[in-house]
Ligand binder design. Sequence first.
Ligand code: HEM
Ligand code: FES
Length: 756
Amino acid sequence: MSTCPVSANAAAFDPFGEDYQADPPASLRWSRDEEPVFYSPSLGYWVVTRYSDVKAVFRDNVTFSPSIALEKITPVSAEATATLAKYGYAMNRTLVNEDEPEHMPRRRLLMEPFAPEQLAHHEPMVRRLVREYVDRFADNGKADLVDELLWEVPLTVALHFLGVPEEDMATLRRFSIAHTVNTWGRPSPEQQVEVAENVGRFWQYAGTVLDKLREDPSGHGWMPYSIRAQREHPDVITDSYLHSMMMAGIVAAHETTANAAANAIKLLLENRVVWEEICADPGLIPGAVEECLRHSGSVAAWRRLVTRDTTIGGVPVPRGAKLLIVNSSANRDERHFDDTDEVDIRRDNATDHLTFGYGSHQCLGRNLARMELQVFLEELTRRLPHLELVPGQKFTYVPNTSFRGPEHLWVQWDPAANPERADPSILEARQPVRIGDRPNRTVSHRVTVLSAERAADDVVELTLAAADGKPLPKWSPGAHVDLELGDVSRQYSLCGDPADRTTYRIAVRKDPDSRGGSRYVHENLRPGSTLSLRGPRNHFRLDPAARHYVFVAGGIGITPIIAMADRVKATGGSYELHYCGRRASAMALLDRCRRDHGERLHVHCGTEGTRLDVAALLAEPAEGTQIYACGPDRLLAALEDASAHWPGDALHVEHFTTTQRVLDPGTEHAFDVELAGSGRTVRVAADQTVLAALRAAGVDVPSDCEEGLCGTCEVPVLGGEVDHRDVVLTKSERAAHTKMMACCSRARGGRITLGL
Ligand code: HEM
Ligand code: FES
């Protein structure tokens, strides 16, 4: 018997041990399943491992301060402290560890060089470098890709991006590793002094470079840009910031990317089929990069400081607690990603990964890193498709909590079979890198309607197949697709069999007030019609660990619910299915429910007097029971009220459209967006974001957080007043009404004009 609040697993957790070093998310599977927020006595940190909790912590940078992000995780010995003092080491706030209200104004002043159009200038240099390095070893038949390519190219790119003169690479590599160990490692007392020596010299080096740049800050690069910005805003961009950033910036831009590339290539070569797929079709590379960042990202964990008593995932955590938020574990959380250990380069939600963090501190350099990773993969898959890992090698990692990548990556190939020997034109082939694109989210598939059958009064069930006859992307119960229907795009839940990769099934109810979506489906789609489909995406996932499931569907809300009930039935789980409708003849898929779910099915029909008594259904909270509901707002609101005394995460709901989850058409108003460039006008419905309306009209605006936190979706405003709802813009920027975040902000009146 134990009265200790720390479980045996939590007590044994060691982020410097072999298991975590080899595979952080696998080593924390127990935590995701049993104890997703736990205190680690050996580390002195609370550890957070589930996707929803890690994201919630990233999202709220006031309750969870980033100030400790670069603190030394291992207490420093007196000797090491003295060594650091000798060099005047004074690493302080940069961006990544800066609190509000200082952080956002600084980030905004300095983000311009990361804009996609600015990054595009670096692509030729990245490509040239990768080619030169590959030239050096292409004929050797064997290479350590880390030593011969993946370390130096990102370092050179980082120096170039920062505007720092190229230095002795070996020295900078030593400095960078020392910084990693110093910040996130557990060096022995003897190692501490050596590490401190290198860190101190790195600090001094950063100071010298900064002084040199200050003499003439007119050159290219982010650091000269920052020095120039300091002249105008010395209170926002301080001397301490510049010196700290000079050092931290090299590490942020370099080691992260070198490690990410090594992880990605290792992972793809271990999954040969996938490697060969991208060799055959380089168009798959952006999706592969994102999936590698998800599966084996180079930042395994990050840190935050709790600033007030709060709860994370229902667990009380006190003010002053330090958090290790394990984003690599979140990235393999079964509650957010299907088949999480699998490498699926077409995964619809791979870009949801948290490897770049999330929210207002989200990595500024992510698109530069993505570009480098894409170029690495393109050049290697094209020039050395026959590359393989040297068998039997043991991968080693610099022991630390956060920066993760193999120290060496030995590969071999037969140089006689290098395709460029037979066909030198191969050297010229090249995929344009689309900077800032979110792969897979924007990929659309042409589909053909195989059948369109009446499924109930005013409901048609469509069976769709890929127009090119290829397998359709995987999906899981709860997923929806976006259909492009004339001028609008609408979301429909999939209700067929996920194991069937040849067809998708959806059921569409004709909405009498339809502005084109459901009416278009009913009036225009016939067997043989073709249309575009995006997705699938899943915002309504089943928690595989529930002990019992209560499924509640209202009307056409049966579509995601039936797929969920089918899944739980197939896995032998315990469940009940409540299906509510006004009259049986209007209830789609009712026969299928009766046939497949027999006694588990409870039909609640208004005309037959068997209406669902929501309060009675949820009277007794049951440990381990999860409720999944989809249907009209009235039903969902009743379920929310009736489950108020249930654990916080027991009820999961899906409104008919996902945008309604954030936008209440009862309180929002519709408006027009005029696009100055084309003179077009796009209508934004009351339950729609500007971003969604623009996309539905074929206008691509990049986005990331889609919650007003990151600034990616900024669009210029030329006329009209904006109802700003982001946290990115400053007060005076808001008042100027010259730009807005398309993902969340809206028009105050009936019209705004955008500079698009
Ligand atoms: C912040 C990861 C590449 C510059 C971050 C954060 C993470 C991260 C986890 C903290 C996010 C948060 O607190 O929410 C990565 C990974 C990379 C990468 C995995 C490569 C695969 C780069 C590159 C640059 C860069 C190439 C620069 C050229 C920054 C900056 C921040 C940051 C400036 C601070 C942003 C802020 O706090 O406002 N990165 N990074 N990173 N990264 Fe990266
Ligand atoms: Fe992040 Fe809009 S602010 S996408």
